[in-house]
Design a protein around this ligand. Structure first.
Ligand SMILES: Nc1nc2c(c(=O)[nH]1)N[C@H]1C(S)=C(S)[C@@H](COP(=O)(O)OP(=O)(O)OC[C@H]3O[C@@H](n4cnc5c(=O)[nH]c(N)nc54)[C@H](O)[C@@H]3O)O[C@H]1N2
Ligand SMILES: Nc1nc2c(c(=O)[nH]1)N[C@H]1C(S)=C(S)[C@@H](COP(=O)(O)OP(=O)(O)OC[C@H]3O[C@@H](n4cnc5c(=O)[nH]c(N)nc54)[C@H](O)[C@@H]3O)O[C@H]1N2
Ligand code: SF4
Ligand SMILES: [Mo]
Length: 781
């Protein structure tokens, strides 16, 4: 781009020059030697704000307004009560992302047809005028059900674009919102039927009290689940816990921490759990006193009134229910691939080594019938009496009960309509009239199709959703969605399908407050480390400008600057937390920790004093049998007790003859979903490949590193293969988050697993079955 053009676009030439001067051969500039050493380095405490599984203390070493180096917390002792919040490889390598020369530098609008990927630079004024004009027009014509803020997790700060957009649109008449998450749709929907809540986890420092820890599809060494989860597992191991990993992949967690790896076919965990229950029942190992006292629906003697005989969990397991199949270890071996002896041993171990923790990751519930595994785990935890005690674990979602209060920006949506976060393609095609049979809540029927999508910090409109090819086709139709606005740092697959692209500021370029990802007792202040590059803009700034165009400036801002809002959040947080630091001290330190004397144990009260503390279920008991689910009258797909349901595109599906490999897409350590996919340092750590077992490779005559074609009826990906015995035969994985980069024939050349996944919401949660796909793999010659 020449200088005149840059001037026209009002780009700070110095910024671009800075990047160009420092470009290395691979297009990035990591060299420190290029800087003058005259200015003192300052260390700025901040954190990551992406949906990465953790929240750590990140220290930006800044000189001459540039981040020169990144370090992490290392200046307090690591204690069980207060472990360091150490960062992982992603934020540690963050300079390689933020100073990537492909970063979006100015707003752009689409040229040509939607999806062609052609854009031209425009001014912020033109971008915001276009958005305001369309918003006014579509709101007037179709109403708030037509305006959708897409699930987008690129910025999870308290002051993110999505927060501000929700506030503004709430004031402008409302918008269509969603429930559930791509992460935990099934377990969040199903777990409350058993326990009345999703908060079923003990605090993690309690794991040292477990004798046995069973990790069911849980890999926190790669897939961060709270910054210090691996640390606490390590502590538990040190304290003598035996750790077992049940997973199709011999994960790094299993390698580093487990005593045993039990490979299992994806989608079949309920068969394993049912057979473990069978062993416990037939050997009389279950904690019958616990079941009798606290649970509903385990056996026929403890059923809710009005339910026909034979529908208890026990009768289902013993084959005395409607299917007449005893769930024996032999039966389960054929389905799961887990040897019968292993199932019997595992059942005995879990029943006899109390306290034990059966901890589910979210992987097993991101499947066709993911609701079943969430509840299946809770039954075994109940059968072994591991609920409500130290060292035990209630299973289900596993979210911790204890959370310090941190204030949020007020926003109110007058429109009560909600769809499942996964069902938006339906709301585009048949939104008008769409009702509860397709998961709509808050209203009988939607009054409009989706016409405008705000995709602010997300890649879920194509890359991270399912069926990328089909979804892209849907979005390309300009008669359906009339405007798609994306804010991002890069020209992602979702950005390419947008009409207006806005260049976002970077997490190192702004102030914000972030809370832990799921687990942890602290809150972090993100300090601004450096000035914003190019024409990238902070969310509050541009949404404030949009509010002016909608005549809502004063109402939206309340006269406050961004700084004022941060001070507001700190003050509101301090109101409910005596001892919380003032704004200046919080900002300076960057962190506030809640310190507790005791670990917190989910359902302790309910177990110790059930009369005064019933569970928040309709019966007040742990509902192994749920009358609410029974009344839904879809006993096959939404059973009242958790059951193994043979999955479409599972190992028993007839399609397996044509597509014999189950392909999952685990979350790899090198990316935050699709974020970081385009960074060269992370590519060095772990290149994008399909991971295939040696036996499957042998029968297909594949060599390590070969280019292979992974395909099914929905699409094709060509990428290199990694051959290993660390994944079980019959299963492959293409780590989720690879960018969708189709060639002229529509074949993806990078490795976006969602080319192969199916858009079929799960029956109860309307959740995403992202890990359920059958494929075939062939060598490309
Ligand atoms: N490094 C990294 N960390 C992350 C993220 C990231 O993108 N990268 N994303 C974050 C987010 S938003 C989320 S929601 C979480 C996701 O966390 P999870 O959903 O727990 O992660 P996954 O890798 O999908 O699945 C965990 C494990 O389950 C296994 N698995 C898959 N299917 C099955 C099955 O049917 N049965 C059994 N037993 N195991 C199965 C996988 O092989 C994997 O080892 O991670 C968070 N942490
Ligand atoms: N097949 C399959 N698909 C999956 C999953 C799976 O396991 N398998 N996992 C699912 C899960 S658990 C989740 S949570 C979703 C996540 O899906 P998304 O929410 O789409 O997450 P990302 O792919 O990380 O996309 C975030 C985008 O935000 C941008 N971004 C980063 N920081 C900022 C910022 O500060 N401002 C702005 N404006 N943009 C920013 C990034 O460049 C990136 O393009 O994916 C889901 N998709
Ligand atoms: S866990 Fe998240 S916040 Fe922590 S360093 Fe890794 S990417 Fe950054
Ligand atoms: Mo997630």
């Amino acid at each position: 781009m020449n200088k005149d053009k840059l001037k026209l676009l009002n780009i700070d030439y110095k910024d671009l020059n800075f990047i160009r001067d420092l470009i290395q051969e691979d297009g990035f500039y990591p060299l420190e030697s290029n800087f003058s050493m005259d200015e003192e380095e300052k260390i700025v405490p901040t954190s990551g704000s992406h949906n990465c599984g953790g929240r750590c203390i990140i220290k930006a070493h800044v000189k001459n307004n540039r981040v020169m180096r990144i370090s992490t917390e290392d200046d307090i002792p690591d204690t069980e009560k207060m472990p360091q919040l150490r960062g992982c490889l992603r934020c540690r390598s963050y300079r390689n992302r933020m100073y990537n020369c492909d970063r979006l530098k100015y707003p752009m609008k689409r040229r040509g047809k939607r999806g062609e990927g052609k854009f031209e630079p425009i001014s912020w004024d033109e971008a915001l005028d276009t958005i305001a004009d369309n918003l006014k027009r579509l709101m007037y014509k179709y109403g708030p059900d037509s305006i959708y803020i897409q699930y987008a997790t690129g910025n999870e700060g308290k002051l993110s674009e999505n927060v501000w957009m929700k506030r503004l649109l709430g004031m402008y008449g409302g918008y269509l919102s969603y429930y559930g998450t791509y992460s935990t749709a099934c377990t969040q929907a199903a777990t409350p039927y058993t326990f009345g809540t999703i908060y079923t986890g003990n605090s993690r420092e309690d794991w040292v009290n477990s004798k046995l820890i069973i990790l069911l599809g849980f890999n926190p060494a790669d897939t961060i689940h709270g910054t210090n989860t691996s640390y606490y597992l390590k502590m538990a191991k040190k304290a003598g816990a035996r750790i077992i990993s049940i997973d199709p992949i011999y994960s790094n967690t299993a390698v580093a921490l487990a005593d045993e790896w039990i490979p299992i076919r994806p989608t079949t965990d309920n068969a394993l759990l049912d057979a473990m229950a069978y062993v416990m029942i037939t050997e009389n190992l279950q904690d019958q006193t616990f079941l009798d006292k606290y649970c509903l629906g385990f056996d026929e003697e403890h059923m809710p009134p009005g339910i026909p005989y034979g529908n208890s969990y026990k009768n289902y397991v013993l084959g005395k229910g409607s299917d007449k199949i005893p769930k024996t270890p032999v039966w389960a071996e054929a389905i799961t691939g887990v040897p019968r002896e292993t199932i019997i041993r595992l059942a005995r171990e879990y029943a006899l080594n109390k306290p034990g923790a059966l901890i589910q990751g979210f992987g097993p519930q991101r499947h066709a019938y993911g609701e079943q595994i969430a509840r299946g785990g809770t039954v075994l935890a109940s059968m072994t009496g591991n609920v409500g005690i130290s060292g035990g674990w209630a299973s289900g979602t596993g979210y911790p009960v204890r959370e310090g209060y941190v204030a949020s920006i007020p926003h109110y949506n007058p429109n009560k309509s909600k769809i499942s976060m996964f069902s938006w393609p339906d709301a585009i095609i048949r939104g008008k009239g769409m009702g509860s049979n397709l998961g709509v809540r808050g209203t009988d029927k939607l009054s409009s199709n989706i016409k405008l999508i705000f995709n602010l910090g997300g890649n879920c409109i194509v890359n991270q959703h399912t069926d990328s090819n089909g979804t892209a086709k849907l979005l390309e139709n300009e008669d359906l969605v009339e405007l798609i606005v994306t804010s991002d740092h890069f020209l992602t697959a979702s950005a390419k399908l947008s009409d207006i692209i806005l260049p976002a500021d970077d997490m190192m370029e702004r102030e914000d407050i972030v809370t832990p990802w799921g687990f942890g007792d602290y809150v972090l202040f993100m300090n601004k480390a450096v000035d914003t590059l190019f024409q990238c803009r902070n969310a509050y700034k541009w949404i404030e400008d949009l509010s002016r165009r909608l005549g809502l400036l004063e109402k939206f801002t309340e006269g406050k600057s961004l700084d004022d809002w941060i001070k507001y959040l700190v003050a509101k947080t301090a109101d409910k937390n005596p001892g919380f630091p003032c704004y200046e001290n919080f900002k300076k330190k960057g962190v506030y920790r809640w310190i507790y004397d005791e670990p917190c144990i989910a359902f302790k009260k309910q177990i110790e004093d059930p009369v005064n503390n019933p569970f928040s279920t309709p019966s007040g008991k742990i509902e192994i049998f749920s009358t609410k689910l029974w009344k839904m009258n879809n006993h096959k797909e939404i059973p009242a007790v958790p059951k193994y349901i043979s999955a479409w595109e599972g190992p028993e599906d007839l399609q397996a003859e044509k597509y014999p490999i189950q392909c999952i897409g685990h979350h790899s350590k090198r990316r935050v979903h699709s974020t970081f996919d385009n960074t060269s340092w992370m590519e060095e750590v772990e290149p994008q490949r399909v991971i295939v077992n040696c036996e499957d490779a042998k029968s297909r005559e594949l060599q390590d590193g070969d280019m292979v074609k992974v395909h099914n009826d929905r699409g094709t990906i060509i990428l290199p293969v990694k051959i290993t015995s660390r994944i079980m035969p019959g299963v492959a994985s293409i780590p989720q988050g690879g960018w969708w980069i189709p060639d002229e024939k529509g074949i993806d050349r990078r490795g976006c697993i969602n080319v192969l996944t199916r858009y079929k919401p799960t029956p109860l949660a309307f959740g995403n079955p992202s890990h359920t796909s059958l494929v075939e793999i062939e060598k490309v010659y």
